[in-house]
Design a protein around this ligand. Structure first.
Ligand code: TGC
Ligand code: FAD
Length: 385
């Protein structure tokens, strides 16, 4: 089923529809059959990695000369939407690889660095992660204490990162550290002495996704591995723009899965004299859901157009990330309500999506951070401190 109340499909090109349909088909045939089990087990379905690469989903907007698909932002968004219709953890995997690892190498790296890493990241032979958050610096990454010192032939890195998606499975980590007080990006390879990435356990959310600490204990990073084009907090924030954009689209996929599940259930579950879909209270819930989905779809489409035309501001992206994550979580919770007791079972996707969305609303800038970012933009007053 394509839930598209305002016929947004009529705005899509044939290529964009093709991307959406092929990712959707992949999710239906390869992700949905395994995801509940993987979620309950607490592991990522690694067997999907070569297939995600084959579909061209890693670095989807980057140029073909690096083995990427070179597609536009509508296609990127639709791909993320369809992946997250399956599971936020699968979309996270692709977000990190594309927006947080390949994008910084493409944007801040030298030609040699691009040639060395991008094709292998595009074909899934290398997996990457992105280390910005620290135990004491989450919403305020500018305060980070991880630091780099210049030495002969390279740098010595010390510090710790926390909550890092794909950390323990990554071959390379894009680590942000202060060099003479200025934030720079470094490519830390998993074999480097003094570098470890213990997995974080006990999550009730994003269970089909690996989350880790990164520990840097006097790690020598050769000169070749510094991202010289990066400078200051603005550089990691530019990467976050790419990922937040993908999340804004992705969570619409989670909304669609929850809405579809609740609608079908409501039409067939009979209580008192008729299906619960026939009661006004249930209809009000379903109407609220489809209206929020439609608003998010329209905002995403216009955001994509702004982005493709180089006119998207980071505050536009904040608005879409903030709104869509909030509404997705609300929709997932209401869907669970409509399903009654069945809503907590793994037979239905809604509780998994609801739990995942708790993280999605938090990472890449919490709801509150995006409120303050937009608040500052419209009033001219910063309310962070
Ligand atoms: P502030 O002074 O506001 O900004 C510093 C410089 O950066 C510029 N800037 C941006 N540039 C590009 N894109 C953006 N989004 C930008 N936001 C700000 C700003 O203009 C300034 O430039 P300049 O030239 O003046 O130096 O910084 P602040 O220290 O006051 O901090 C505020 C800020 C923006 C950091 C905070 O609002 C924020 O965004 N916090 C959230 C942190 C965050 O999102 N962390 C995410 C970690 S990664 C992650 O969660 C991955 S999840 C992966 C997955 O599994 O999918
Ligand atoms: P804090 O910053 O401690 O915030 C706690 C609460 O205080 C929040 O509600 C926040 O909104 C509020 N708050 C903070 N400051 C203010 C203020 N000024 N005004 C009002 N309220 C405020 N990070 C990475 O670098 N790489 C990753 O790959 C990555 N993956 C993640 C995966 C998962 C599953 C999760 C859960 C997180 C991940 N993160 C990652 C970290 C994520 O970006 C941070 O959790 C997020 O930025 C918030 O930081 P925090 O958890 O330290 O919360």
């Amino acid at each position: 089923m394509n839930i598209d109340y305002f016929d947004i499909e009529s705005l899509l090109s044939e290529d964009e529809i093709l991307v959406r349909n092929s990712v959707k088909q992949f999710v239906e045939s390869e992700v949905l059959p395994v995801i509940e089990e993987k979620y309950l087990e607490g592991s990522f379905p690694n067997e999907l990695i070569p297939k995600l690469a084959e579909l061209g989903l890693f670095g989807i907007t980057l140029p073909v000369e690096y083995g990427c698909a070179g597609l536009n932002n509508v296609a990127y968004g639709l791909a993320m939407q369809e992946l997250e219709r399956g599971d936020s953890g699968v979309r996270s995997f692709v977000s990190v690889q594309s927006a947080l690892v390949m994008y910084p190498i493409f944007t801040f790296g030298s030609d040699d660095q691009k040639k060395q890493w991008l094709p292998k990241l595009a074909n899934g032979n290398l997996i990457g992660c992105f280390g910005l958050t620290e135990p004491d610096y989450g919403s305020n990454p500018g305060g980070m204490v991880t630091n780099a010192k210049k030495v002969d032939g390279g740098y010595i890195l010390n510090g710790a990162k926390m909550w890092i998606t794909n950390g323990s499975v990554a071959d390379i980590a894009v680590v942000w550290a202060k060099l003479d007080g200025v934030i720079k990006g470094f490519i830390v390879e998993k074999e480097f002495k003094g570098f470890t990435a213990p997995e974080m356990k006990g999550k009730h959310s994003l269970r089909a996704s690996v989350t880790s600490e990164l520990v840097l204990d006097n790690v020598f990073v050769p000169e070749f591995n510094i991202l010289n084009g990066s400078s200051g907090l603005k550089s990691p924030l530019m990467c976050l723009n790419q990922a937040r954009y993908g999340i804004a689209w992705g969570v619409v996929g989670a909304m669609l899965a929850c809405y579809e599940s609740a609608l079908e259930y409501a039409k067939s579950r009979v209580q008192f004299s008729k299906p619960i879909a026939g009661y006004q209270l249930t209809q009000a819930k379903l109407v609220g859901m489809i209206t929020e989905i439609t608003k998010s779809q329209l905002m995403n489409y216009q955001l994509a157009k702004l982005k493709d035309n180089g006119k998207a501001k980071h505050t536009h992206i904040s608005m879409a990330k903030r709104n869509n994550c909030d509404k997705a979580l609300e929709i997932a919770r209401i869907a669970r309500e409509i399903l009654g007791a069945n809503g907590i079972l793994s037979e239905y996707p809604v509780m998994r999506h609801a739990n995942n969305l708790e993280s999605v609303k938090t990472y890449e800038g919490t709801h509150e951070m995006h409120t303050l970012i937009i608040g500052e933009d419209i009033t001219g007053f910063s309310a962070f401190d």
